[in-house]
Design a protein around this ligand. Structure first.
Ligand code: MG
Length: 289
């Protein structure tokens, strides 16, 4: 299933993509994505059934897609430096020693950073003039996970989505902790949907790309993650209980702007496109706020 949150005629609804171009509302099953996740496998079974019986959906062109979980109940959990080539380029750009993390580097993005898959990214040069892109595969937790083993970990995944971990490099550097530079309003667009786990045979076998104004900047592969999704979920769950609806972004491959020669940053008018194979594409324009 490809599950969406959308606005149609002023009403926010949960839906599933029926064909490329149509959405079937799931409002008879659940009010929103969190409620559907809470229903577990029975909710998904009901959605499958409804999708099969539905005659005609709402054309995607008639709606505005929101982030699949527009208001997560807590921060988005993120991994830093989870691709070796990106860890190396970051260390070089910061002038740090080039070394790979021995344990996952974990930080979070504020819930107020969440943005729609095709909405504008607010830009304020007075706050930051070093806005950078990071295309990432994110996974969504399906049920409470505590002390999970790597072998069992993927059973706790509800589904997958595409997230742009936009970063204010100047703030990230200035404040030492990543949090502020990662949490500008609207700087965590994700979607366009959550693809349920059953549809992705191997989440470590997906191409991941980012283009700015249609010029390819990042071209990576989830097989190159240092800590796999299973390993990440297991290690997180060893320290904290993961809750249904938690979103975990798994790090970005190499090619980000600040590590390029010369460095490149996003400016108003730029359009950033992030794609993960078999999952989807999000596309956002940088706009003065
Ligand atoms: Mg990142």
């Amino acid at each position: 299933l490809k599950l969406v949150t959308f606005i149609h005629n002023g009403r926010v609804q949960l839906g599933a993509i029926q064909t490329e171009n149509e959405i079937v509302p799931l409002s008879t099953i659940a009010d929103d994505m969190m409620a559907l996740i809470t229903l577990g496998t029975s909710g998904l079974a009901q959605a499958e059934e409804l999708l099969q019986d539905a005659a005609e959906g709402i054309p995607v062109t008639d709606v505005r897609l929101l982030a699949p979980i527009p208001q997560p109940r807590r921060n988005i959990i993120c991994l830093g430096k989870n691709y070796a080539a990106h860890a190396a380029e970051s260390n070089r750009a910061w002038g740090d020693k080039v070394e790979l993390p021995e344990a996952p580097v974990v930080f979070t993005k504020a819930t107020t950073a969440v943005n729609g898959p095709f909405d504008d990214i607010p830009y304020d040069a007075a706050v930051s003039s070093m806005i950078d892109f990071e295309a990432e595969l994110a996974f969504v937790i399906g049920r409470e996970a505590r002390h999970v083993t790597p072998a069992d970990a993927l059973n706790y995944v509800f589904g997958y989505t595409v997230l742009n971990d936009l970063t204010a490099r100047d703030l990230q550097r200035e404040h030492k902790q990543f949090f502020l530079g990662k949490s500008l309003d609207g700087h965590a667009p994700f979607g366009p949907w959550i693809v349920t786990r059953d549809e992705i045979a191997d989440p470590q076998n997906l191409r991941i790309t980012c283009a700015v104004n249609n010029i390819l900047k990042q071209d990576g592969h989830t097989g190159d993650m240092i800590f796999s999704i299973a390993e990440t979920l297991a290690r997180l769950s060893r320290s904290m209980t993961l809750l249904p609806g938690d979103i975990v972004a798994t790090g970005t491959p190499s090619g980000v702007g600040f590590a390029r020669t010369p460095p490149e940053f996003l400016a108003p008018g730029d359009v950033v496109t992030c794609t993960v194979e078999h999952i989807g594409t999000i596309r956002n324009r940088i706009a003065n706020s």
